[in-house]
Design a protein around this ligand. Structure first.
Ligand code: HGY
Ligand code: MN
Ligand code: MN
Length: 402
C-alpha cells in the first residue's frame, strides 16, 4: 500500500509531495483510496464536500467508529503527514480481520479533502464544510494563486460544487473519530517520560494564517533615487523580523513561509509584496498578542516607507481540547501492559480538531525520530509505524468489536 501511494504526486527534484486539492495528483490519491477500499470489500462513498468514506457495516445503524486522515500535502511536504493515518487505517482493519474480530458497530475509513489548504489558503476545508464551520459562500470565495476559485477547481475535477455544505446527518452517525498521525515534533523520540512509539493528543494550539499586502510604487531599480522610493519589500522584511521577535517574547511561533512579489523582476522595485504569516501559541491570549504586535509594527514600517498595508485573516482555528472520555478509553485500551501512554499537545492542526466540536474525537501520534514535518525529510521508522497500526487496531477493536 505504502509503496503504491508513495509514487503519487511526488516531485522528482525535491523528493517532496505536491498533492493539492482538486489537482490530478489529488485525483490519483483518491483513486488509490477507492482501490484499497474496494479491494477490502468496503462500501465507498463520496460526501457532498468531496470527502471519501469507506464503510464496513451499515452507516445508518449509527454510532460508527471512524478513523482515517488526509492525503493532500503542503508544497513539497513529506510522505507521512496525512497518508500514514490513511494507510494505517486500512492496515489496522486488515489486522482486525486477521484476528477474527467481530464488529458490533459500523466502521469507516475517511480521507478528508484539502486538509492542508495548500492551494486555497484555508486549512481543513473538507472537514470544516461537513462540520458547518465553513459556509458555501466562504468556500466559493476561495481562490488559488492563479485566481481559480474553489468551485471551478472542484468542477474541473468532476465534482459538483453546488452540493457542498454542512453534513449534520452524516456526523450524527459517528460515535467516535480517531485520527492516527505522525508526530510533528520530537516529544515521543526524546529520552524521558514521553519516550514511546505511540502517544495520544491532549490539545491543538490555536493557530491561524494572515495575509499582509504591502503596496508600494513600481519603479526602476537602477535609476530611482533611494529617497524617491516607496518600496514594499522593506516594510515586509522588517515585519518578518518583528514576527520572530514577538513570537520569542510570547513563547509562541510565527512564520512567514510564503511570499508573492509583483512584478517580481530583478531590476524592478516591486509594486506589491504579499507575505503570509502563520502564527500559533499555546493559548489564545499569547496568539493575539503576537499577531496584534506584528500588525502594529507592519503598519508603522509601511507608513515610514510610504507603503500601504492591508492585513487579511485567511484561516483560523481556535484551541482544541480533545475530550477526556474518549482519550481515557484509548489510554485504558492501549495501556494494558501497564505502560504509560504519553499525552501530548501539538501546534499542528488536524481534521480531528475541526470535528471535535461535533463529536468525540481523539488522535494517536506515531514517533517521528527527527520531528521534521512539512518537508521531504519527514520520516518514521517502519517498526514505529507498525506499532501505530497495532495500536489503532487495538483501539478499533476496543471501540467497535466484541
Ligand atoms: O498546518 C497544520 O497545522 C496542518 O499540517 N494542516
Ligand atoms: Mn500538515
Ligand atoms: Mn496532517
Amino acid at each position: 500500500m505504502w509503496k503504491e501511494l508513495a509514487a503519487i504526486g511526488r516531485n522528482a527534484d525535491s523528493g517532496g509531495y505536491r498533492r493539492y486539492a482538486w489537482t490530478p495528483a489529488d485525483a490519483e490519491c483518491r483513486d488509490w483510496f477507492t482501490a484499497q477500499a474496494t479491494a477490502r470489500g468496503l462500501a465507498c462513498e463520496l460526501d457532498r464536500n468531496g470527502n471519501q468514506w469507506a464503510w464496513l457495516g451499515d452507516p445508518a445503524a449509527g454510532d460508527a467508529v471512524v478513523t482515517g486522515s488526509h492525503l493532500d500535502s503542503v508544497p513539497d511536504g513529506g510522505a507521512f503527514d496525512g497518508p500514514l493515518g490513511v494507510v494505517s487505517s486500512f492496515a489496522a482493519l486488515d489486522e482486525l480481520r486477521r484476528r477474527g474480530a467481530r464488529f458490533t458497530r459500523p466502521v469507516a475509513i475517511v480521507n478528508f479533502g484539502d486538509e492542508e489548504g495548500a492551494r486555497f489558503g484555508l486549512a481543513c476545508v473538507g472537514s470544516r464544510l461537513s462540520a458547518g464551520r465553513l459556509t458555501r459562500e466562504q468556500a466559493f470565495a476561495l481562490t488559488d494563486g492563479e485566481g481559480i476559485t474553489l468551485p471551478r477547481a472542484m468542477e474541473s475535477a468532476g465534482y459538483d460544487p453546488d452540493a457542498i455544505g454542512a453534513d449534520p446527518e452524516r456526523l450524527a452517525r459517528i460515535g467516535a473519530f480517531v485520527e492516527l498521525h505522525i508526530e510533528q515534533g520530537r516529544a515521543l523520540a526524546l529520552p524521558g517520560e514521553n519516550a514511546a512509539q505511540v502517544g495520544l493528543a491532549s490539545a491543538i494550539w490555536p493557530h491561524g494564517r494572515w495575509r499582509f499586502d504591502f503596496r508600494g510604487e513600481a519603479n526602476h531599480a537602477g535609476t530611482t533615487r533611494l529617497a524617491d522610493r516607496r518600496d514594499p519589500m522593506l516594510p515586509y522584511a522588517e515585519t518578518v523580523l518583528a514576527a520572530r521577535r514577538e513570537a520569542e517574547l510570547a513563547g509562541a511561533v510565527a512564520t512567514f513561509g510564503k511570499i508573492a512579489v509583483e512584478p517580481n523582476g530583478v531590476n524592478a522595485i516591486p509594486s506589491l509584496v504579499r507575505g503570509w504569516l502563520d502564527s500559533r501559541a499555546a493559548d489564545q491570549r499569547d496568539l493575539d498578542t503576537v499577531v496584534d504586535a506584528v500588525r502594529r509594527s507592519a503598519e508603522e514600517y509601511a507608513a515610514r516607507h510610504g507603503v500601504e498595508l492591508d492585513v487579511v485573516r485567511e484561516s483560523f482555528t481556535p484551541v482544541v481540547e480533545f475530550g477526556d472520555a474518549l482519550r481515557d478509553e484509548l489510554t485504558r485500551i492501549l495501556g494494558t501492559d501497564g505502560g504509560r501512554v504519553p499525552v501530548l499537545g501539538t501546534g499542528a492542526g488536524h481534521d480531528a480538531g475541526i470535528l471535535s466540536e461535533s463529536l468525540p474525537t481523539a488522535m494517536l501520534f506515531v514517533r517521528n525520530p527527527t520531528g521534521v514535518s512539512h518537508s521531504p525529510a519527514e520520516f518514521a521508522e517502519e517498526d514505529d509505524c507498525v506499532a501505530g497500526v497495532m495500536a489503532l487496531a487495538d483501539v478499533l477493536k476496543g471501540l467497535a468489536c466484541t
